[in-house]
Design a protein around this ligand. Structure first.
Ligand code: PLP
Length: 395
């Protein structure tokens, strides 16, 4: 096998490379300024100051108070903490939770566990063919026993952006805490918690050029939730455990960088995305998945009838292109994506999905390289597809 002509990373929804400035900001906190932030002497105070400054930066971008920012171990932990924490704290008020049918597994598997082992009733709101939740469905689903609503901000598989502000208004009128999983949205969309009207919001550094293994849960002052990790009094008793100082510094630096050049970055990336989408849709029997306009600036996702998404990925990989068939967490399984199925895409077509997510290092040449090789890959795979050949014979 020869060396590919080019190496093109198009899986930024799975993870991103840590920005060099983020690495630089983190480095001193590993072996120079390594104190425990709870220690009272100089080294400890230095670490505490780094966390305080990081919290300040994150709070500013969220439009939040510093004490509403909780550092966690990842986006999954933030989602788990928000959902279980609020559900358990409000157990006496009710046992009904509302979510959507297109959540990341960090949310949907938490729901399944709350239902199976803790007796919570979960309503999964449907979506339209673009993956959008209808706020009227949310209003209708609320009962006197509803203790939490959690809806993803931007979908990790198809990039669709949900009408969060509209839905949080409905929740607020009924005094029900509203959480959003903003893991994919953070770094490109507005995450100001007052603009969104949310009570809880999750984000994760590795989606916006920060390190893996660190996240934030924003929890509006007054939100009742039970901590899931008990121990020391870190994070104001809401998340025990010695703080991961270098990673917290990395998260805050990455978030500041992302929101420093937001419009310019989004404009450049969405132009590349549109070039990619226009080119890919010239391939016969290809379809864009997700909303045509209300989608993340970096996200392009498709189906290619008659073939398997996995075989497209393998062929792209041989040509130096890293892509995904959906979310990184489901791409190893043979189950069709629950997101595509919820959008009404037939199971056999859902199996042919491809997700291409752009990032800061991608260029027009990268896009043109993909557009140069993808049609040939699809054609080759279809030539081997019994389904396609039957269809051709019938035509
Ligand atoms: N929520 C969404 C929408 C995601 O895309 C991801 C990661 O892919 C997560 C949650 C989990 O974040 P983490 O990988 O930091 O646990």
């Amino acid at each position: 096998m020869g060396v590919p002509a080019r190496s093109v990373y198009l899986d930024h929804a799975a993870t991103t490379a840590v920005h060099p400035k983020v690495v630089e900001a983190m480095l001193p906190y590993f072996s120079e300024k390594y104190g425990n932030p709870s220690s009272l002497y100089g080294l400890g105070r230095e670490a505490r100051k780094a966390i305080d400054e990081s919290r300040e930066k994150v709070a500013e971008i969220l439009g939040a108070r510093r004490d509403e920012v909780i550092f966690t171990g990842c986006g999954t932990e933030s989602d788990n903490l928000a959902i279980r924490g609020v559900a358990f704290a409000n157990k006496s008020r009710g046992n009904h939770i509302i979510t959507s049918s297109v959540e990341h597994h960090a949310v949907s598997h938490t729901m399944a566990q709350l239902n199976k082992y803790f007796g919570y009733e979960v309503t999964y709101l449907p979506v339209d063919r673009y993956g959008v939740v209808n706020p009227d469905d949310l209003a209708r689903a609320i009962t006197d026993r509803t203790v939490l609503i959690t809806i993803i901000y931007a979908n990790n598989e198809v990039g669709t952006i949900e009408p969060i502000a509209e839905m949080s208004k409905i929740a607020r009128a009924r005094r029900i805490p509203f959480h959003t999983d903003a893991v994919q949205a953070a770094g490109s969309l507005d995450i100001n918690v007052d603009h969104l009207g949310v009570d809880l919001l999750s984000l994760s550094a590795h989606k916006f050029y920060g390190p893996k293994g660190v996240g934030v849960l924003y929890a509006r002052k007054g939100s009742a939730f039970l901590p899931m990790q008990t121990g020391g009094s870190q994070e104001r008793n809401r998340r025990a455990g010695t703080e991961n100082v270098p990673y917290i510094v990395g998260l805050a630096t990455a978030l500041t960088l992302a929101y420093g050049h937001l419009e310019d970055n989004n404009r450049r990336i969405s132009q590349l995305r549109d070039r990619l989408i226009d080119g890919v849709l010239k391939i016969p029997y290809s379809q864009l998945t997700g909303h045509p306009t209300q989608r993340l600036p970096n996200s392009a996702s498709f189906t290619f009838q008659f073939i398997e998404g996995e075989s497209i990925l393998l062929n792209l990989d041989l040509l130096g292109i890293s892509a995904s068939s959906g979310s990184a967490c489901t791409s190893a399984s043979l189950e069709p994506s629950h997101v595509l199925v919820a959008m009404g895409i037939p199971v056999e077509i859902a199996h042919s999905s491809l997700r291409l997510t752009l990032g800061r290092e991608n260029t027009q040449e990268d896009v043109d390289y993909v557009l140069g090789v993808l049609p040939g890959i699809i054609e080759k795979l279809r030539a081997m597809s019994p389904l396609y050949n039957t269809r051709l014979a019938q035509a």
